[in-house]
Design a binder for this molecule. Structure first.
Ligand code: MLT
Length: 387
C-alpha cells in the first residue's frame, strides 16, 4: 500500500478542528470562565416550528407500513428538487432541468467531492482568504493551485488569474471577508471561464445574507454561466440546518459534467435522509419562510452589532453587511494567531484567525455573527476593557 503523499502537503490540522481543540483545552484548564464563541460559523437559534413539525411528521411516516420509505434517489426526491427550482431559480428567470439539481448533505461535502470530476493535472485558482476546504480538496488531489490574493487594497475582490486556470473556486458573499460581487464583476469571471474553457465552482452558501441591492444571488443570473459554473448551496446557514444536514448542488448539462456527477453520486452517495429533505421542503412554506427569515434577521442584526461595536472601539473592520462574518484587522500589528490567543486568554472570546483562510488573511481575525447576540455584547464589553 502506498499512501496518498499529497496529504503531507496539508496543514497538520483542519482550521476549524484546530480552533475547537484550542477551545476545549482552554475550557478544561479554566472551567470557571465562560467562553464566548464567535469562531466557527455554527448557528445557535432553534429551528422554526414549521420545520420541526415537518421532521416529526416524516419520522412518524417512517414508523407506519403505509408510509414507510427506504432509499430515495441518490440525487434526492423530485418534490424537493422541483421546489428548489420553483423557489430559488424560476423567480430569477433561471431555467433549470430537475436533473441538474442534486440534493446532498450540505455544501462542505460536495465542495470537496466535486474535485473528483476533474483530471489531476488541472490547474486550480482559489481566491484567498477563503473557506479552507477548496484548497484542502485540491491539495489532497495533488493539483497545482494559484492563489488570488484579496486584501484591503483591492477591496477584497480577486483579480482574474494571469495564467489559465482550469478550475476556479469562488465564494460570494465571501467567507471570511464578507465581500460581494456586482453583476458586472461576476460577469468578468463567467466570461473568463467561457474564454478559457474553465469551470467555476461557485459556493453560494451565504446568499441569504445579501442586503445590498444589485448583487447576484446565483451565478446563473449571469448570461452564459450555465456553460461554465457549478453552484453549491446549503440550508445550514440559510435555514439553520448545521445539524440537520441538507444542501444542494446544481450541475447544468451545458457544463458536460451533469452525467458524471450523477454517476459519482450513484456509486458513492446513498442519498440524503428523508427527514432532512422534508425539513428542507418545509423551508419553502409560508410558515417555514417566516421562521427562517426571523432567524436570519437576528443573525443579520448581530452582524451589524458586532461590526458597529468594533468600529466604535477603533478597529478596522469589513464585512457584516451582506454576510454573517466580520473581518477585523488585529490591533497593535499582531498576527492572527497572536490576537486569537490574546482574545482567548484575556477575554475568553473565541474567534477564527484570518491566516487560517489563506496568507492574505494574516493580521486579521474573523468574528461569526451566528453567536448569541447577548454573548456578542458581552464579548465586545470584555474587549473594550481588556485590550
Ligand atoms: C466557517 O467558516 O465557520 C464554516 O462555514 C464552517 C463550515 O460550514 O464548515
Amino acid at each position: 500500500m502506498n499512501k496518498n503523499t499529497h496529504y503531507q502537503n496539508l496543514q497538520p490540522n483542519y482550521l476549524f478542528k484546530e480552533i475547537t481543540d484550542r477551545a476545549v483545552a482552554y475550557t478544561e484548564a479554566h472551567p470557571e470562565h465562560k467562553l464566548l464563541r464567535m469562531g466557527v460559523g455554527d448557528v445557535t437559534r432553534p429551528l422554526p416550528p414549521a420545520i420541526i413539525q415537518a421532521m416529526q411528521k416524516a419520522v412518524a411516516e417512517l414508523g407506519q407500513a403505509e408510509t414507510f420509505r427506504g432509499y430515495c434517489l441518490e440525487e434526492g426526491y423530485e418534490w424537493l428538487r422541483q421546489a428548489i427550482i420553483d423557489n430559488e431559480y424560476t423567480p430569477k428567470g433561471i431555467d433549470l432541468d430537475i436533473h441538474e439539481v442534486f440534493i446532498g448533505e450540505g455544501a462542505g461535502s460536495d465542495l470537496g467531492n466535486l474535485s473528483e470530476l476533474f483530471s489531476s493535472d488541472n490547474k486550480v485558482a482559489i481566491l484567498e482568504p477563503t473557506y479552507p476546504a477548496y484548497a484542502d480538496a485540491s491539495i489532497m488531489a495533488g493539483r497545482p493551485i494559484t492563489y488570488l490574493p484579496c486584501h484591503a487594497e483591492n477591496g477584497f475582490v480577486p483579480e482574474l488569474p494571469k495564467q489559465k486556470a482550469d478550475i476556479i473556486y469562488l465564494c460570494f458573499p465571501n467567507n471570511p471577508t464578507g465581500t460581494v460581487l456586482t453583476y458586472a464583476q461576476l460577469k468578468e469571471w463567467v466570461d473568463y471561464a467561457r474564454r478559457n474553457g474553465s469551470i467555476i465552482i461557485y459556493d453560494a452558501a451565504y446568499v441569504a445574507y445579501i442586503s445590498q441591492p444589485g448583487i447576484p444571488h446565483s451565478i446563473y443570473e449571469i448570461e452564459g454561466a450555465k456553460e461554465v459554473a457549478i453552484e453549491v448551496k446549503s440550508y445550514s446557514k440559510s435555514a439553520g440546518f448545521t445539524s440537520v444536514r441538507c444542501g444542494y448542488t446544481v450541475v447544468p448539462k451545458e457544463t458536460g459534467l451533469q452525467a458524471m456527477w450523477l454517476r459519482r453520486q450513484c456509486t458513492k452517495y446513498n442519498g440524503t435522509s428523508y427527514i432532512a429533505q422534508r425539513a428542507a421542503l418545509a423551508t419553502y412554506t409560508p410558515e417555514g419562510q417566516a421562521g427562517i427569515h426571523a432567524n436570519l434577521d437576528v443573525y443579520k442584526a448581530t452582524a451589524l452589532l458586532i461590526k458597529n461595536g468594533l468600529q466604535t472601539m477603533g478597529y478596522e473592520v469589513y464585512g457584516g453587511d451582506n454576510a454573517p462574518y466580520i473581518w477585523c484587522r488585529s490591533p497593535h500589528g499582531w498576527d492572527s494567531w497572536s490576537f486569537f490567543d490574546h482574545l482567548l486568554r484575556q477575554c475568553q472570546v473565541l474567534c477564527t484567525p484570518g491566516v487560517g483562510f489563506g496568507p492574505s488573511g494574516e493580521g486579521y481575525v474573523r468574528f461569526s455573527a451566528f453567536s448569541k447576540s447577548e454573548d456578542c455584547i458581552e464579548a465586545l464589553q470584555r474587549m473594550k476593557e481588556q485590550i
